[in-house]
Design a protein. Sequence first.
Length: 555
Amino acid sequence: MHNELLAQLTTGGNYISVWKLAVFVGFFGFWAWVGQWINKDTMVVKTKRAFWNSIYLMSGVLVLALWLLLPAPVIVGLGLFLVTWAMTAVIYVLHRNARVPKNETVLTPTHIKWLLSVEDRQRKKHKARLEFISVNDNVLPMPYRDEPEYPGFLSAEELLHDMWKRRVSHAVMIPFGENYQLRYVIDGIATVAGERTHEEATDAIEYLKAVAGLDVRDHRRPQEGSFFTIRTGESDTGWRINTSGSRRGEQLSLEKIEEKKAFKIDALGLHPDQLEAVQEAIEQEKGIILITGMKGSGVSTTAYALVRKHDAFIRNIHTLESEYLMELDNITQTLTDKSPNAKSTVRQLQSVLHSDPDVVLVGFCDSPEMARIGTKTARMGKKLYFCLPASNCFQALSEWIKLVGENDKVAESLTAITNQKLIRVLCHECREAYTPDATMLKKLNLPANKIKQFYRPPPEIEYDKRGNPILCPNCHGTGYFGRTAVFETLIISDASRKLIAEGATSNVISTQCRKERMLYLQEQALRKVIDGTTSIQEVLRITQQPGRKVVKQRE
């Protein structure tokens, strides 16, 4: 008898149901996962974390205890658990949805539709990397996922973020086959930066047009405007936008507006001896300074920097410009009237001069009469700056003499001429030093015994084990980071003034200036090679190949 009882004790019992245990563990795990989400979400939406954790925990523990202890079928306990859990979770979801923007709500029809979409589920939650400021100075929030502007915001933000990362100053997006081709200008060099699908490009164009206050429905007429973007921890960045229609589709042009900090004379790129001479010319109470260079050489930036050297609180400063880069504090800026019934530019200049300014910047000179009026005003004791297109100082001098028509008046009023080109600055993170060839130094009239090394970009791109290019994180493989200006400066000395008054040729005046130790632009550029600012290849590019060529970007 005893043996039979002992034998029965050793056999398996039915005290634990495996399937009931599996159901219990499964639902308990899901309950715990939801609890962790609520714990984290309370911090995100900034609600009472301890309160909601306590409510969720107490309700869950209570229902689990009842489920296990009540003498009721398992299905009844499971139902009680699900109803109580769902009520607690729904109450919290309703509470948190009332505290967040519409695009961050959960378990709404839009959110459920997004969860069921394979494409959207694979896409990570987007976090805005910048904010857009409209033409009316309104900060625009990121559109909701279900709003029609959302795809355009994503495409526009991706474009501008990429432009910021790669230091792009100008971008053009044009129809190219079935897609759009994207072209960047980085440090003055145009490159092909890939393609965008037709849908991505048109979405971005329409969104940016809306931000800039342009007519989104008009896809044919040329339009232009401006807007700003903000990145966390950085100042505003201004952008000019231009759109125009074509048979293939609408085109987009984005140009970065110059930053105010760039308009300082000591940040232009003048060599110390040039800077000193130009400052002396600025300090003279009257006279004309010609600021010259070809289109895209930074002449407007230099003009702004020189004018800002005058104290705008003490002196009355005016400008007349066909277009301006930015607003200058305490300086009266006048844009030329281009309407059909507008006055001539000569009359507009006369209107500016009637206000009796002390300093005047004229951003152009499109007629001899403007030059004569400016010369007359300078001889009467005013300070004037004129911007002219010219490839060097002596060409600018000859052109100015032709416009004024009287050598003696030019000699009396002209104080200085600057001419400039923009040159790329070597990236200090990846530039390489090398010993220059003696033959090359001889051709450049440089002393081989005094120059030990030049710098250049890395000659070759390195690749990792997977064949991916290893690019410098600072310049992204271009070898250059930013630009500076190279200047040729002609300061009108007494000897040069006498030659101008006598009607001497440019060659005679040039010979005199060389006697006074004036350096040509290429020679000034070589000084930047010697001090490691740029490379000899870059000097040859700007002095021998003035045109810009679109090339494929290095990957």
